[in-house]
Structure formats: structure tokens, C-alpha cells
Design a protein around this ligand. Structure first.
Ligand code: PEP
Ligand code: MG
Length: 573
């Protein structure tokens, strides 16, 4: 019988395929008592399973690090390896086997539940969410203990792919599915910024999450349609619905293949305004993806990902190699590298003190200025890489002129240290600032006088202007990129750049949203930076835009005070 379920649309597109239910190993765990003479053998069985998972994860990480998977996956796998090595997990479970004579699977699940309880008490939403990673690691170990590490069915004869139906998916699951004909993902759990969503988007696979009980209402092999744009899942569709979706899928695919033809075209508006479209990257292998879509350069390299999921910070040489790799991959195109932006939702292992309000705390440049030794190391590595291409340095979360001055003094010091070591670098390396705090957008003179370029971080600018924690689900509905206050700050920043003759880009999520492209062109923006997967769609929107016409319309739109009327006006642009 056909039925429809609604969830959260997290990765666009249409998928038609057969259901493959991924078992929930943790639900199958039995509890039994081990005889005293078998206790040590049971501990050994646990350690062996853990070692197997460690090897699996290490080989997944090795293949992810070579660019075979999105950088988000690489970071998640690193986190899973760390969880597996934490004595609070495996050592504590081994202890349970010894003291309570429990079987290994049960001991792992018991210890997991204890840890999950502790995670639930954490106030920080990002850290609280990490309990899902603990569950996924334990599930992997339990699957090895039970002897069934999930396999996907081979390719079907009818040519349709597999729709993975799961309670939740770990990034390691998702990367494991990569070489199979996986057409889409649907899960009970998850949210727009969860693992399944992030990985599905970066692999361009349609996905709908937060379906609650989908695993219980779908049967293995059943025919399924996923509408990843509307968040709809149709189970066992009738012939008429199936035909309609086949048509829509073909249309979407045609659109996507047409987009590929835009790769080598220069982005310019109908009235000849040239626009630069740059890529946001997180790890060096992402630069290959940026090059493949012929991005005009890298507009934002978020270097904190080099520092995350590890016990020690990368030293100067390791950082230098990473920055040099990106600069060389981009072969003469500009590469804007942002200095470490940690704090708030991006924590370093043991490096930051717990804070009540981390988004307003020791974050980004504030953290770097408080850790000058670490900051100088990064600046030296950046300068050294500047010798190999067109590197620019971008400073995050600036609010006041004295932070810029202190940063420039440290940069001078890093230059002096390199000169003493007789190491070459670009003496005129451009330095820019991110405009993501309202204070910066309201005092732009201090920035345009001291810096060579600006980049607007709309993700944080929206958060700080509207006082909405970008990671808090409870206020997610209030997070509005089209709020007139936000638009005025963006417009003001772009115009200040035009007046001072310095380039301004937007590198937050807004730049990658094709619905915002016309608005930003009308505000005067000529540099966009986004995830490489979004570049062609935004380029298409720019090629269809008339900058002069949009400038006049946007002038009127910026006078509106009511967010709903702004939205209507943007839709009409
Ligand atoms: C932003 O705030 O818009 C931005 C690009 O930085 P991040 O998302 O890394 O904070
Ligand atoms: Mg930011």
C-alpha cells in the first residue's frame, strides 16, 4: 500500500530506488554472564573487536585524506578514532566484563549509556550532539562482536539504486556506501547540520532525515521515492506517481548536466559586470574539487580543520605543507587563507577553557591574540607558503581597530623571524578582515584604512546581529538572512569597499544560495565564495542577472523595515 511520510529536506534532488534497511546492532544486544575462567578471553574478544574497528577507521581515514571523500568525513572519522581510544570507553567496558562478568557487547552498551548520560548534561549544543558519535563508534564495535558488519546489496537488475533506510547514519557508514549504487538516504534521526545531511550534500545524494519511525514502516526491498527538495518520502508508489517522479528526476538531471557546461564560462551579468566565484574549502584535498569546477580561486580556507580532531597542534612545517599544497593546486589563482577560527562550535582538544557563552567568548582572533606563540607559528607558515603562489591572509571576527593593529604587529614579527632565517616569502602579502560582527560593519573606516580586502561572514553576522545562536535548534526559525538589519550591514560593507577601492566578498552560506545571488549583485557584490558544489548554480543565476536593473530595485528594497515585505521583494527580483 502506498503512503507518504514528511521529514526534513537536507539534500536536494530526486531518488527512486529499493529500500535497504540498515540494522540497528545495538538493539540486538543480549546480556549473559561469563564464567570466571572465560572472563579474560571475553576481554580479549572486546580488545580484538576494537582493534579491528581501529584498523577499519584508519584505512577509511587514509582514503578520505587523499580527497576520496569530503573533508567533513575526514574530520568525523578522526573524531571516531579519538573516541575509540578514550579509556572512558573501552577500558571502562573491559572493567565491567571483569567486575560484573558481563559479555563484551553488553559491557560496551552499558558504558555507552553512561557516557551518553554525561553528554546529555552538557550545555553546549555542539558537544551535546557528539553523543551520537559515541553511539556510532560503539555500534561499529558491537557489529564486529556480533559478526555482521553491514553489507549493501549488489546492483539491481532493474537499474534502480539502493535507498539506505536507517535510524541514523555515521559518516563512516556513508563513506562506506560511496562505491555502491546508493541513490539516497532516509533516516529516523538527524537535523539540517547533522552528519547525514552534511555528507549527503557534499556527495550530492538526495536525503530526507528526522522521519522518526521510517525504519519500522518500510520493508526491505520496497520501492521508494525521495524528494530531497521538499522533504517527502513516498513508499510503494503507484504507477502514476512513479511516472511523475521519473519525469521530474529526468528534468533535474538535465538541469544538472546543463550546468556543467557553464564550468569554463566567465561569470558576468547580462550587462557585462564581471563577477568572481571562489570556493570555500576546509582541508587541502578540497582544493581539487574547487579546481574541477573551475573556481576563480579559494575565497575561504577554514584552517581550523587542520587543528581539529587531534591531540597536538600542527607545527610550522606541517601547516606550511598544507597551505603550499592548496596554493600549488590552485596554480596561480588566489587563495585566501583564514587564520585559526576556533571557539564557539569549533573546539580544539583541551585547548580552550569551558566558557558560559563561547560564541561571545575567546573565539577566533581573540583566541589567537591570547596565544601569540601559536598564532606566530601559523603566520610564519602562511608567509612561507605565500612564496609559492597568490596567497592572502584573512583575519576572522575582528571588532576593533586595535585587534587589527595587534595582528599586523605580530605579522611584522613573523616576517622578521623569517628574514632572520633567510626564508623567502611574499613581502606584500595582502591582509584582509572578516566582517562578521556588527561593530565591524558599523566602523568600516577603521578596516578599509588598515586592510587590503574584506570578506563578509554572513553566518556569524546574522547570528550576532539578530542575537540568534546559529547552533541552537530552538531559535533556528528566527535565523533570517533577509532581515533588513542584516541586509543594511551587508550593503554598507560592500559600498564602503567600493568607495575605498578595496575588494569585498561574501563567504557565508548566503553567497552559495542561488536565490540570494540577484540580491547580492544588486547590492554591488562582485565576489562570491561558497562550497564548490554550489558554484555552477550560482554562476547560472549571475549569468541571468542584469546588474543595473537589480541595483535600482535593491535600493528600494533596502528601505523596507518589515522582514516579510523584504522576503516578498527578494522573491520578485
Ligand atoms: C561566516 O561566519 O559566515 C563564515 C564564513 O565563517 P564560519 O561559518 O566558519 O564561522
Ligand atoms: Mg564566521
Amino acid at each position: 500500500m502506498s503512503f507518504t511520510v514528511h521529514g526534513l529536506a537536507v539534500s536536494q534532488g530526486i531518488a527512486i530506488g529499493h529500500a535497504h534497511l540498515v540494522s540497528h546492532a545495538l538493539l540486538e544486544v543480549a546480556h549473559f554472564t561469563i564464567s570466571p575462567k572465560h572472563v579474560e578471553a571475553e576481554v580479549a574478544r572486546l580488545l580484538e573487536a576494537t582493534a579491528t574497528v581501529k584498523t577499519e577507521l584508519a584505512s577509511l581515514k587514509a582514503s578520505a585524506s587523499t580527497g576520496a571523500a569530503p573533508s567533513e568525513v575526514d574530520a568525523f572519522i578522526g573524531m571516531h578514532i579519538m573516541i575509540l581510544q578514550d579509556p572512558m570507553l573501552v577500558d571502562a567496558a573491559a572493567n565491567l566484563i571483569r567486575t560484573r562478568r558481563s559479555n563484551a557487547e553488553w559491557a560496551m552498551v552499558q558504558q555507552m549509556e553512561q557516557l551518553v548520560e554525561q553528554f546529555e548534561a552538557i550545555e553546549d549544543a555542539y558537544l551535546r550532539e557528539r553523543k551520537a558519535d559515541v553511539v556510532q563508534v560503539v555500534e561499529r564495535v558491537v557489529k564486529v562482536l556480533l559478526g555482521h558488519p553491514g553489507h549493501l546489496p549488489p546492483k539491481r537488475k532493474d537499474g534502480l539504486g539502493t535507498i539506505v533506510v536507517a535510524h541514523d547514519l555515521s559518516p563512516t557508514d556513508t563513506i562506506g556506501f560511496k562505491d555502491h549504487a546508493v541513490a539516497g538516504f532516509i533516516t529516523d534521526a538527524g537535523g539540517p547540520t547533522g552528519h547525514t545531511a552534511i555528507v549527503a550534500r557534499s556527495l550530492s545524494i538526495p536525503a530526507v532525515v528526522a522521519l522518526r519511525h521510517i525504519r519500522h514502516v518500510v520493508k526491505d526491498d520496497e520501492l521508494i521515492i525521495i524528494d530531497g527538495t521538499r522533504g517527502v518520502v513516498i513508499v510503494d508508489p503507484d504507477e502514476r506517481v512513479l511516472e511523475e517522479y521519473r519525469l521530474r528526476k529526468a528534468e533535474v538531471e538535465l538541469e544538472r548536466s546543463k550546468l556543467k557546461r557553464l564550468k569554463s564560462m566567465r561569470a558576468a551579468t547580462l550587462d557585462g559586470e564581471e563577477v568572481q566565484i571562489l570556493a570555500n574549502i576546509e582541508l587541502p584535498p578540497d582544493a581539487t574539487q574547487a579546481k574541477n569546477v573551475e573556481a576563480d580561486g579559494v575565497g575561504l580556507f577554514r584552517t581550523e580543520f587542520l587543528f581539529m580532531s587531534r591531540d597536538t597542534w600542527p607545527d610550522e612545517d606541517e601547516q606550511f605543507e598544507a597551505y603550499k599544497t592548496v596554493v600549488k593546486t590552485m596554480a596561480g589563482r588566489p587563495v585566501t587563507v583564514r587564520t585559526l577560527d576556533v571557539g564557539a562550535d569549533k573546539e580544539l582538544e583541551g585547548a580552550t577553557r569551558p566558557e558560559d557563552n563561547p560564541a561571545l567568548g575567546l573565539r577566533a582572533i581573540r583566541y589567537c591574540l591570547a596565544e601569540p606563540k601559536m598564532f606566530l607559528t601559523q603566520l610564519r607558515a602562511l608567509l612561507r607558503a605565500s612564496h609559492f603562489g597568490k596567497l592572502k591572509i584573512l583575519i576572522p571576527m575582528l571588532a576593533s581597530s586595535n585587534e587589527i593593529d595587534q595582528t599586523l604587529i605580530l605579522l611584522e614579527k613573523a616576517k622578521t623571524q623569517l628574514r632572520e632565517r633567510k626564508i623567502k616569502f611574499d613581502e606584500a602579502v595582502p591582509v584582509g578582515g572578516m566582517i562578521e560582527v556588527p561593530a565591524a560593519a558599523l566602523c568600516l573606516g577603521a578596516f578599509t584604512k588598515r586592510l587590503q580586502f574584506l570578506s563578509i561572514g554572513t553566518n556569524d553576522l546574522i547570528q550576532y546581529t539578530l542575537a540568534i545562536d546559529r547552533g541552537n535548534e530552538a531559535v533556528a526559525h528566527l535565523y533570517n538572512p533577509l532581515h533588513p538589519a542584516v541586509l543594511r550591514l551587508i550593503h554598507q560593507t560592500i559600498q564602503a569597499g567600493v568607495k575605498a577601492g578595496i575588494p569585498v566578498s561574501v563567504c557565508g552560506e548566503m553567497a552559495g544560495d542561488p536565490d540570494c545571488a540577484r540580491l547580492l549583485i544588486g547590492m554591488g557584490l562582485r565576489q562570491f565564495s561558497m562550497h564548490p558544489a554550489q558554484i555552477l548554480e550560482v554562476k547560472q543565476a549571475i549569468l541571468r542577472a542584469d546588474a543595473a536593473d537589480l541595483t535600482a530595485k535593491v535600493q528600494r528594497l533596502l528601505k523596507l523595515d518589515d522582514p516579510d515585505r523584504v522576503r516578498e521583494a527578494v522573491e520578485k527580483l
